[in-house]
Design a protein around this ligand. Structure first.
Ligand SMILES: CC(C)(COP(=O)(O)OP(=O)(O)OC[C@H]1O[C@@H](n2cnc3c(N)ncnc32)[C@H](O)[C@@H]1OP(=O)(O)O)[C@@H](O)C(=O)NCCC(=O)NCCS
Length: 146
C-alpha cells in the first residue's frame, strides 16, 4: 500500500470513500473542497496495487501543538488487512512532523472497529459528547500523547 497527498483530482474517489464508509454525517463535495483548500488541513489517499482503498484527513492546530483526525476511512471490502492501522500511524507521523504533541479525535460510541483501533494504538477516552454526530449520535472524545 501507499499513502499520498490528495488533490482536487482525487475528489471523485474521496466521495466514493465517503459514501462507502459513512452515513448521513459523510462529507459532501463542498466540505471536501474546503478541507483540501484549508492550509491547516492535510488530505491523503490510501492506495494499493489496484487503486484507491481509503482516505484520511487531519487538521493541525500548530499554535496549540495539537492535531485532530478529521477522517480515516477504508472501503468496506478492503478492511481487516492492516490498512487502517498503517494509515493511523502515518497520520501520527504527519502530526509529529508538524510538532504536535497530542492527537485528538471524535468517534461514534457505537463504532466498535474504530474504537478498538484507537484503544490498541494508545488513545484514551477522555469524555463523551452528546449528539456530536446528530441527534442521539454520541461521540467519544479521544486523545493520544505523541
Ligand atoms: C476503522 C477502520 C478505518 C479500520 O480500518 P481497517 O483497515 O479495517 O483496520 P485494520 O485492518 O488496520 O485493523 C486495525 C484494528 O482495528 C480494529 N478492528 C478492525 N476491524 C474490527 C472489527 N470488525 N471489530 C473490532 N475491531 C476491529 C482492531 O483493533 C484491528 O487491529 P487487529 O487487526 O490487530 O485486531 C475501518 O473500519 C473504517 O473505515 N470504518 C469506517 C470509517 C470509520 O468509522 N472511520 C473512523 C472514524 S473516527
Amino acid at each position: 500500500m501507499r499513502i499520498r497527498v490528495a488533490g482536487v483530482e482525487d475528489l471523485p474517489d474521496m466521495l466514493v470513500v465517503e459514501k462507502g464508509c459513512f452515513g448521513s454525517e459523510r462529507f459532501d463535495l463542498r466540505m471536501l473542497e474546503n478541507i483540501l483548500s484549508d492550509k491547516e488541513d492535510e488530505s491523503f489517499i490510501v492506495e494499493d496495487g489496484s487503486g484507491t482503498v481509503g482516505s484520511a484527513m487531519i487538521h493541525h492546530k500548530t499554535s496549540l501543538g495539537r492535531s485532530r483526525i478529521i477522517s480515516l476511512a477504508i472501503l468496506p471490502e478492503l478492511r481487516g488487512k492492516g490498512y487502517g492501522r498503517a494509515t493511523l500511524e502515518f497520520l501520527e507521523d504527519r502530526a509529529r512532523a508538524k510538532r504536535s504533541t497530542i492527537m485528538e479525535l471524535e468517534v461514534r460510541v457505537i463504532n466498535v472497529a474504530a474504537i478498538d483501533l484507537y484503544l490498541t494504538s494508545g488513545y484514551e477516552v477522555l469524555g463523551t459528547i452528546s449528539n456530536y454526530f446528530g441527534k442521539g449520535e454520541d461521540a467519544f472524545y479521544m486523545e493520544k500523547a505523541l
